[in-house]
Design a protein around this ligand. Sequence first.
Ligand code: FCB
Length: 497
Amino acid sequence: MSLLTRRRLLRRAALSATAAGAARTGLAGATAATTAASTVALGGCDSPPERATDPEQDRGLRFPDGFGWGAATSAYQIEGAAKEDGRGESVWDTFSHTPGRIRNGDTGDVAADHYHRYAQDLDLMRDLGLRSYRFSVSWPRIQADGSGRPNQRGLDFYRRLVDGLHERGIAPMATLFHWDLPQALQDAGGWENRDTAERFAEYADAVFRALGDQVPVWLTVNEPKTVVQNGYIWGHHAPGFQDEDAAYLVAHHLQLAHGLAVRALRASGVTGRIGPALNLHPCYPADDTAEAAAATRLYDGYENRLYLDSIFKGAYPQDVLDDRGPDSRMVRGVRDGDLKIISSPVDLLAVQYYTPIYVTGDGSTVRKWPTSEAEWQQIYPDGMYDILTRVTRDYGRVPITITENGLPCPDVPGADGNVDDAGRVSFLRDHFAAAHRAIRDGVPLESYHVWSLLDNFEWAEGYEQRWGLVYVDYPSQRRVLKRSAHWYRDVIRRNGL
Ligand code: FCB
């Protein structure tokens, strides 16, 4: 058994040892949810953890002129309108409607109803002073079955959104794939089928041509690693498989899809920059042993280098290939020329940072810092600094945007109707300060998107976790700016802390 398989098993065992883990691995139920609420450490929400930076010392930090302060969302998590205007089904519709998959049986059918309320949400963004807004385009809105003539009504929605952003002086940043694969393509093999990467490039081309030069930044695939791990190894995300051999073939095809989309943009003649959106995890040995160092190196290969090396160096890391083995579906699935496509030059790298990982000698992981309501998230702002400086050191001075970073909190409006998420404020302040140090030390970081603009459908956690700057009262769909939103508006106005 490979080291990776071993630690995956360990990780799964560790996760299911807690109620929160049980919920995350798809065994959600009333008992799990209740127990989780009482046992999960709410690091960063009610009691700010040990601070990596001194808030007083951070006061007065200024970011470079024109820094792109933003917020991020994704289509399935906020839009709702699941059956409107010709939208087809995605794997997430199927998955969320499968009993037992999502906490409380939640689905994205309505979500934050953004499809109908986008104009109001655009006004909120303007009120916050956002300079950049990262959203995703829903593939099944554009091609209900994942191929063929694009659906004009779907394209029109994004056109209205993009125009509305420009009218309010906010730069659009569009992600082409944030996990909502058309179900018809899944039925044909999904990302295990190489053809899906070709379909993705066709879909991307239709979007490029429709939105033309109005989108200055395009992101290809959101967090391919999460699809690989959560969707195909642990099975608690769509499509819900537990097949590690398939998972890494999927990784290759997602990388290929990325490269083909980059090429499609260049071929379309549409201007605009393009890059991948990778969730990167700084990996540290849990102790001083040589075993921990070796295990950490391989762990880093799977978490980071698999995606970064293929895009920026045109090769998959040898240690990961060796660990997969020559008979693995991934290794057998790589064809001549694929790495050339995957490493087509990009204009920028989108980094999503949430947590560090500490690896022991036997390849399992341990926690060193308080976790948030999301039990996989350890709160460690210095990890942001480490991953940003490491990327610049190892992959050159490619412009970087942070496209996700944030914290879930059990936000509830008080008697006065306000939501006092002080913990999110200190979390963001510490991470902004870490990003500032990275800029000071030479990282070409140009923008920062907080996850998320709105509370939304948090995948297997349903609506239980609230990640927004803006509170959403789901029954009424009323929006309330949380304290963090007011604070963020001031940060943007000052261009600093
Ligand atoms: C990221 C996802 C995003 C959201 C945050 C909390 O992995 O890209 O959609 O779920 O985590």
